[in-house]
Write a protein that binds this ligand. Structure first.
Ligand SMILES: *Cc1c(COP(=O)(O)O)cnc(C)c1O
Length: 394
């Protein structure tokens, strides 16, 4: 087993969590087994009762999945991590492990749409109260907080406007009421932001995005205190949204290049954001890496990079935005993000299409807004791709 002696993130991303079998394999093996053989009836009994820590069944634990969990826990600086079959399964598992009828969740208005749906369609059905507030309106979080509040849930930076909340202040606020702060760290990854170091209690991820990095597999992970992760594992055992060992192996390979990829994503995104900012056919660029963004200073203090995802507006409405999207030959028109392949999407008619006009306006999702996730292609090629669409607006 690899000993974590306080190594840097790049080292942990390649090494942490790996255990080798007696075969001495160099790379992490994929343990495609549903169940495990016990050396004796007594050991079988001890495994089932929990007195012995070994494997029982891959719905509970699997060696390849465990390597991924331990690597993520090391990268986020958490006591333990539990992997799940998708990002949504991670959020669901966390809710099931922490919430009961009568509890309250306060959630940022600008979180992943399906996260909002999980709370409003399902959690409320079981008597959980949910309030939605503006990510950067600290007073609103404070006003919504009460004795029933168990979780404060947010994504920072937000999608697609790149708004940033002060994680330390939010954690202090949560703790003042005995609640826990959950940060969906999907957009930054631990390579750019470590919420637990800033006082957050729980980190969740869609591993589907930057942790994989090449758009191959679905997966998720919850990170936090051992005691809480034990509860999350019980939910997986009972209800089953466990991560497949093959997907865990893909993520382990993805993590080896996480830091290199995130640095490249950030460098290209900043370059393209500056270039768009100067472009005559662009009205406004919402990228927290630009000093003009209202949360730039906070992001610079809290993150070690500004990320790959941002949005911009063009003069005109939906027609103009669609023209730019359709002119792209490199950027893929898809709602996915965090891929080596750059993506472009029109939020008002896709990711945020189900919001009412009023909610769209509140969330800043205008008809002329375009979101990009900058990939790993050559940055000049990417600019030329966007330039083609923008020139069509003249
Ligand atoms: C994609 C995404 C999710 C959901 O993850 P899945 O793996 O698609 O289930 C949750 N949060 C954020 C921020 C995401 O981008």
């Amino acid at each position: 087993m690899f000993e974590d002696d306080g190594y840097a993130l790049e080292t942990l991303a390649v090494r942490a969590g790996q255990s080798r079998s007696a075969e001495g394999e160099h790379a992490e093996p994929i343990y495609t087994t549903s169940s495990y053989v016990f050396p004796s009836a007594a050991e079988a009994a001890a495994r089932f009762s929990g007195d012995s820590p070994g494997n029982v069944y891959s719905r509970y634990t699997n060696p390849t999945v465990r390597m991924f969990e331990e690597r993520i826990a090391a990268l986020e600086g958490g006591e333990a991590a539990v992997a799940t079959s998708s990002g949504m399964a991670a959020i669901l598992s966390l809710c099931m492990a922490t919430l009961k009828s009568g509890d309250k969740v306060i959630c940022s208005r600008s979180v992943f749409g399906t996260t909002t749906a999980l709370f409003t369609r399902y959690m409320v059905k079981f008597g959980v109260k949910v309030s939605f507030v503006e990510l950067t309106d600290f007073q609103a979080w404070q006003d919504a907080l009460d004795g029933d509040t168990k979780l404060l849930f947010m994504e920072t930076p937000s999608n697609p406007l790149c708004e940033v909340a002060d994680i330390r202040a939010m954690a202090d606020l949560a703790h003042s009421a005995g609640a826990q702060l959950v940060v969906d760290n999907c957009f930054c990854t631990p390579a750019l932001q470590r919420p637990l170091d800033l006082g957050a209690d729980i980190v969740v991820h869609s591993a589907t995005k930057f942790l994989d990095g090449q758009g191959r597999c679905l997966g998720g992970v919850v990170v936090g205190k051992q005691e809480l992760m034990d509860e999350v594992v019980i939910f997986l055992r009972t209800c089953g949204p466990s991560l497949s060992p093959f997907n865990a192996w893909v993520f382990l390979k993805g993590l080896e290049t996480l830091s290199l990829r995130m640095r490249a994503h950030c460098t290209s995104a900043l370059d393209i954001a500056w270039w768009l900012n100067e472009h005559v056919q662009v009205e406004k660029v919402n990228y927290v890496g630009l000093p003009s963004h209202p949360n730039h200073q906070l992001a610079a203090a809290q993150q070690s990079g500004f990320g790959a995802v941002f949005s911009f507006t063009v003069p005109g409405g939906r027609e103009a935005a669609w023209k730019v999207v359709d002119a792209c030959k490199i950027f893929s028109v898809t709602a996915n993000l965090g891929d080596a392949k750059s993506t472009i999407v029109h939020p008002a008619t896709t990711t945020h299409g189900r919001l009412s006009d009023e909610d769209k306006e509140k969330a800043g999702i205008t008809e002329n807004l375009i979101r990009v996730s900058v990939g790993l292609e050559n940055v000049e090629d990417l600019k030329a791709d966007l330039a083609r669409g923008l020139s069509a607006l003249v």
